[in-house]
Design a protein around this ligand. Structure first.
Ligand SMILES: Nc1ncnc2c1ncn2[C@@H]1O[C@H](COP(=O)(O)OP(=O)(O)O)[C@@H](O)[C@H]1O
Ligand SMILES: [Mg+2]
Length: 246
């Protein structure tokens, strides 16, 4: 196993909306590993990912991205720090009148002055990573649910982040398509050496591709460790997931 590098560190994070949902979360996201975030529905899993990229109110605590204090950074600096993180939106969030390549290219079109041929080359290489290069000129409406998710992943990695956030990537997919997406996510870890953080309670996926689990309960990290540790000494609510597939 290659040496891991710490990319995101969350310390005693209290965050939420009109009141805190997260009430003291601590965790570290490393490169080159897949960590699943689990916990009850409405428990703050999505809120945690959104807090790390500055989309929800932080009441207390610290967030470090590559060792730098995110919450104390200037707007410009934050923007640069966030380039380390790719975010795959749950719905895919593709624009229906744009072909796949332009949807995937959007972050580059907006943030760089790269010539269009270079942008197309970069898009093609990312689409290849998610096995979607054949859909380059297709419209989102011509793609299946699994392909839409893959296009959303290609866009999330277009700017070469070190960490990829996926919020319930396999929700609504049939088991075979979900397994295909798992394989693609695993191959991204292996080829790009990025860290991948996945909100999901699909225990089959977790066992197939997960390295670690962060389990949230009542706004706190009640477990944060390897799958082996989760099975052996995780909280009962977490151990029960593993019993489902025995
Ligand atoms: N934009 C919002 N404004 C106010 N409350 C919200 C908002 N988004 C989520 N919540 C609330 O925060 C809590 C945690 O939500 P969320 O992080 O989405 O949970 P999870 O992803 O674990 O299912 C829920 O009670 C939800 O209703
Ligand atoms: Mg959620």
């Amino acid at each position: 196993m290659e040496k891991t590098k710490e990319i995101v560190k969350v310390v005693n994070l209290h965050a939420g909306y009109t009141y805190p949902i997260l009430k003291g979360v601590n965790t570290i996201f490393y490169k080159n590993e897949i960590k699943f975030i689990m916990g009850e529905s409405g428990g703050g899993k999505s809120t945690l990912l959104k807090a790390i990229i500055g989309l929800v109110k932080v009441y207390q605590g610290e967030i470090y991205i590559n060792g730098e204090n995110f919450l104390e950074a200037s707007y410009e600096k934050r923007k640069n720090m966030l380039k380390r993180i790719g975010f795959m939106f749950q719905s895919g969030a593709l624009i229906s009148s744009y072909p796949i390549w332009e949807n995937v290219a959007l972050p580059l079109i907006i943030n760089t002055d790269f010539p269009i041929d270079l942008i197309k080359d970069i898009v093609y290489s990312k689409l290849k990573l998610v096995k979607l290069e054949k859909a380059f000129y297709k419209l989102p409406g011509e793609l299946s649910g699994g392909m839409i998710k893959r296009a959303a992943i290609a866009r999330a990695i277009i700017d070469e982040p070190e960490i990829l956030f996926c919020d319930e990537p396999t929700a609504g997919l049939d088991p075979l398509t979900a397994a295909e997406l798992d394989d693609i996510i695993l191959s991204l870890k292996e080829t790009l050496k990025i860290g991948i953080i996945i909100v999901s309670h699909e225990i089959e996926s977790i066992i197939r591709i997960g390295d670690k689990i962060l389990f949230l309960q009542k706004g706190k990290d009640v477990f944060d460790g390897t799958l082996k540790e989760a099975k052996e000494k995780g909280p009962e609510e977490l151990k029960r997931y593993f019993e489902l597939i025995k």
